[in-house]
Design a protein around this ligand. Structure first.
Ligand SMILES: N[C@@H](CCC(=O)N[C@@H](CS)C(=O)NCC(=O)O)C(=O)O
Length: 208
């Protein structure tokens, strides 16, 4: 199994965490999005990361890959089977990908991606705007949802993977959750990123 995508990507990290939870590993090819490598282009029709090649079976999109891995390696389960728990887990996966990512990634994008990858100066005004306006809405919501070590029920799931993954990029950008204002979220992020599967994923290669 080959997994394409730099370890910097929160979406690639989702797959690395899921594989580690299941005791599986992949040959990790840490290229950046839109890499011209034909094998990657075949696996990712729109050039986004992550993409998977499992013995010729090609699949892009972190959530699609997570569900593929879940079906192929069902234990331990990362997608709850009970109806309400499943609905909520899928909601949090989507929330992480579509509501959180564009906002929480801003400091990392402005301070690391733009200066290094794009050779452009970062925009601190954009960082301040995201942190003052976008972050509190997301943090307030998560603070209201956290009631224990896991977001859904009494087990670690795709919900935790998708919500926690972006916080590593926030830390790389030199920011963290204000534990005075959002104590449950701050604890949840610290504990989730310290989980062995996350520790493994955080050590993944970031550069080709
Ligand atoms: N829905 C996709 C999003 C993947 C994604 O947007 N990855 C970023 C890197 S973190 C990317 O490849 N961006 C390039 C682009 O948007 O063209 C997933 O869950 O895998």
């Amino acid at each position: 199994m080959k997994l394409y995508g730099t370890g910097y990507s929160p979406y690639v990290r989702k797959v690395l965490v899921a594989l580690a939870e299941k005791g599986q590993s992949a040959e990790h090819i840490p290229l950046f999005f839109h890499d011209p490598d034909p094998a990657f282009q075949a696996a990712s029709p729109f050039g986004k990361i992550p993409a998977l090649d499992d013995d010729g079976f090609l699949l892009a999109d972190s959530s699609a890959i997570l569900h593929y891995i879940e079906a192929k390696y069902p234990t331990p389960a990362l997608v709850p089977t009970e109806a309400k728990a499943r609905g909520r887990a899928i909601w949090f996966d989507k929330f992480g990908d579509t509501e959180m990512f564009p906002v929480i990634i801003v400091p990392f994008f402005e301070r690391m991606v733009k200066p290094t990858l794009m050779k452009q100066p970062g925009d601190e005004a954009a960082v301040a705007k995201a942190m003052n306006e976008g972050f509190p809405k997301i943090y307030d919501y998560l603070e209201s949802q956290i009631d224990g070590p896991y977001l859904v029920g009494d087990a670690f799931s795709i919900a935790d993977i998708s919500v926690a993954t972006c916080f590593h990029n926030l830390h790389l950008a030199g920011e963290k959750v204000d534990a005075g204002r959002w104590p449950k979220l701050a604890r949840y992020v610290t504990e989730t990123l310290a989980r062995p599967s996350f520790v493994t994923a955080l050590a993944a290669r970031t550069n080709p």
